[in-house]
Design a binder for this molecule. Structure first.
Ligand SMILES: NC(=O)c1ccc[n+]([C@@H]2O[C@H](COP(=O)([O-])OP(=O)(O)OC[C@H]3O[C@@H](n4cnc5c(N)ncnc54)[C@H](OP(=O)(O)O)[C@@H]3O)[C@@H](O)[C@H]2O)c1
Length: 341
């Protein structure tokens, strides 16, 4: 008997057009093709969850980046969690739950490279795309290795309630720091304060004077700035940096939809004044240490020290709309698409 039924249809979302500015739903197209059959050495995976992440905007463009863009007519790239339906690879068996970059589709075959087996008894499988996956690892290594927070210091986190930022703020508190967040709504700020334990949170969209509010929230200045957004929020942070501050450049989401970078104030003088260090971060650089990061994050969750929030939407066909929304701050927590039960 063949490994898959010939009727199995695979919905795929392809990149149809390169966006100019903010992406539109018409930049994507949904097609139905027969599900692939695994060849020797391959597994067939039923995608259950698809992760939506800010980096996807970059892959839709041809701009120079650290990764190849998605080609026109190719399946959109994306992290997924799925179930192995059929295996011709000795490392995997039917029924295994796996995490890997299988893209915006219902079914995919994989040779096993980059596929990680998930133990569904340890945590909900969706967490392999969030707190126990790439965003959690980003928060962990970027804050601890580049930010080097010390007890008593002030850590400011932009996109503070998000998949990465929400974990950064909590780790800063675990390290004995004052944690100050910026987030895009009153509800997100309430969550940062009430659930995640931030000491202060500023709704930057509602703020009339961000610089003044930040100064009030960080009266002793800023020792670590974990930058997820860039733009006006970052401009407000730089004058408040302390001597030997560390700026972790993790993301610049406020700029991702722009065709030309924004011109901001010239703030680099602050780096001479403070001898601060500004360093870019890419989670892949820590691939050899993912096991260590995941073990610590899982231990903190088990001990009740780390909370996480997911923003789950059902239906693969919703992915374009939800990615467009993510780039406008409409997600509240780790953005996920539930592709199948
Ligand atoms: N370097 C790496 O290895 C790495 C790895 C993972 C993620 N990242 C970066 O980390 C950042 C956060 O990613 P995430 O996955 O945790 O996403 P997320 O924070 O869960 O979602 C994105 C958030 O960005 C904020 N945002 C959207 N548009 C904005 C704008 N124009 N100005 C300011 N903020 C805006 C929104 O929050 P508000 O409503 O609070 O504004 C939105 O909810 C992104 O910049 C991403 O590229 C980097």
């Amino acid at each position: 008997m063949p490994a898959t039924s010939p009727q199995l249809l695979n919905r795929q979302i392809l990149l149809a057009r390169r966006p100019s500015g903010a992406p539109a739903e018409s930049d994507f197209t949904l097609v139905e093709v027969p599900a692939p059959e695994p060849k020797a050495g391959e597994v067939l995976v039923r995608v259950l969850y698809l992760s939506l992440d800010p980096y996807m905007r970059g892959r839709m463009s041809e701009r120079a980046s650290y990764a190849r863009p998605v080609g026109l007519g190719e399946v959109m790239t994306g992290g997924t969690v799925g179930r192995v339906l059929a295996s011709r690879n000795p490392d995997f068996g039917a029924g295994d739950i796996v995490e890997g970059n299988l893209g915006w589709q219902d079914y995919a075959v994989s040779g096993g490279k980059g596929l990680r087996k998930i133990d569904p008894r340890l945590a909900p499988i969706s967490t392999a795309l969030g707190v126990l996956g790439m965003p959690g690892l980003t928060a962990y290594f970027a804050l601890l290795e580049l930010g080097k927070p010390r007890a008593g210091e002030t850590v400011v986190v932009s996109a503070a309630s998000g998949a990465v930022g929400g974990i950064v703020g909590q780790i800063a508190k675990l390290k004995g720091c004052r944690a100050v967040g910026t987030a895009g709504s009153a509800a997100k700020c309430r969550y940062c304060l009430g659930e995640l334990g931030y000491d202060a949170c500023i709704d930057y969209r509602a703020s009339k004077d961000l610089a003044a509010e930040l100064k009030q929230a960080a009266p002793d200045g800023i020792d670590v700035y974990f930058d997820n957004v860039g733009g006006a929020v970052t401009d407000a942070v730089f004058p408040l940096l302390n001597l030997r501050a560390r700026v972790v450049v993790c993301g610049q989401i406020s700029q991702y939809n722009l065709e030309q970078p924004e011109l901001g104030p010239r703030l680099l003088w602050n780096l001479i004044r403070t001898r601060a260090r500004v360093e870019g971060f890419l989670v892949w650089d820590y691939a050899a240490r993912y096991g260590e990061g995941l073990a610590q994050l899982a231990a903190w969750i088990k001990e009740g020290k780390l909370k996480y929030r997911e923003d789950v939407t059902a239906g693969l066909e919703q992915a374009p709309r939800k990615l467009i929304g993510l780039l406008k701050g409409e997600n509240f927590g780790k953005a996920l698409i539930k592709v199948a039960d």
